[in-house]
Ligand binder design. Structure first.
Ligand code: NAD
Length: 284
């Protein structure tokens, strides 16, 4: 694996599980010192202990202004500076029908996913200004940032919103050498749906839903982490304000054409032998 982040300091939120854990692992293998932020402190610490390079686990709720300032301060106290941010912590929220969604459910999802992203971006910019440096930020958006469905409405609202934060921040950061981009994962089996029980569209049927993906499978956290690492690296030095879908082609399915790519419709036979999940080397 290349070492694109030698001497860099990275903050990853939601680093105790899934995509965040995979990114923390990937960045560490590529030479970064990593600050792993999660409301689940034990989980973040367990990931940190397995990293090959310097690491610090910090308990913080990203929806809290106070906690955000505290995790940034902890990062600077330990490593002296911050170069890279992966703002990734998120929750899925309620699957209730639209008329049944409570204000509390809506507000909590927006607080973690959207306000948490804003607080992380604002904190990153303040820290870059203090350092007199540029930097790079990647936000974890979602296919739910780009497409509609009538389940997960608070989640979709928050994930559409993070693209507004991302694009505004990219415009602000451009002249200052700060790039801001997003990844939009599709179906990735992680802990995200662990509290959702057997609800349709949650974790229980994720593999079956994977057959509707043009690549006919779900993705892995490592595959998302590879895209995050690309966007954080100098390999993406002229990429700013972009959303990179990591979804096996799902966002581009033309659902009204028989050859549009949607598994349930597309008559193209699936080549089972070609269903290989590449091994990136970094595990989560
Ligand atoms: P995950 O549940 O495995 O990991 C999310 C982590 O965020 C957990 O460790 C959790 O403790 C932490 N977290 C939750 N609320 C927090 C808070 N308030 N403050 C700090 N940490 C908090 O899920 P994941 O799939 O790895 O999700 C990571 C991101 O990817 C989320 O933003 C999610 O919306 C997004 N995403 C996931 C998928 C998917 O299919 N898994 C698809 C699209 C987008």
């Amino acid at each position: 694996m290349s070492r694109r982040f030698e001497n860099a300091v990275a903050v990853v939120t939601g680093a105790g599980s899934g995509i965040g854990a995979a990114t923390a692992t990937r960045l560490s293998h590529e030479g970064a010192s990593v600050v792993l932020v999660d409301v689940a402190e034990d989980a973040a610490r367990a990931v940190a202990e397995k990293l090959p390079g310097p690491a610090l686990a910090v308990r913080a709720d990203v929806s809290s202004e106070e906690d955000t300032e505290a995790y940034l301060a902890a990062a600077v106290e330990r490593f002296g500076r911050i170069d890279l941010h992966h703002l990734n912590a998120g929750i899925v929220g309620t699957f209730d029908r639209l008329p049944d969604i409570t204000l509390a459910d809506f507000d909590r999802v927006v607080a973690v996913n959207l306000r948490g992203t804003f607080l992380g971006v604002r904190g990153a910019f303040r820290q870059y200004a203090r350092q007199g440096s540029g930097g790079a930020i990647v936000i974890t958006a979602s296919i739910a940032s780009l497409r509609g469905s009538h389940d997960l409405l608070p989640y979709e609202s928050s994930k559409h919103g993070v693209l507004g934060v991302m694009r505004g921040a990219a415009m602000y950061g451009g002249p200052q050498g700060v790039r801001v981009n997003a990844v939009a994962p599709g179906l990735v089996p992680t802990g995200l749906f662990s509290g959702s029980g057997g609800v349709a569209g949650a974790g229980g049927d994720i593999l079956r839903r994977g057959t509707t993906v043009p690549q006919r499978r779900t993705g892995t956290p490592d595959e998302v982490a590879a895209a995050v690492a690309f966007l954080l690296s100098d390999d993406a030095s002229y990429v700013n304000g972009e959303v990179l879908s990591v979804d096996g082609g799902s966002a581009w399915v033309n659902t009204v054409r028989p050859g549009g790519g949607a598994g349930a419709w597309d008559p193209t036979p699936v080549d089972e032998a070609a269903q290989v999940i590449p091994n990136s080397g970094a595990s989560s």
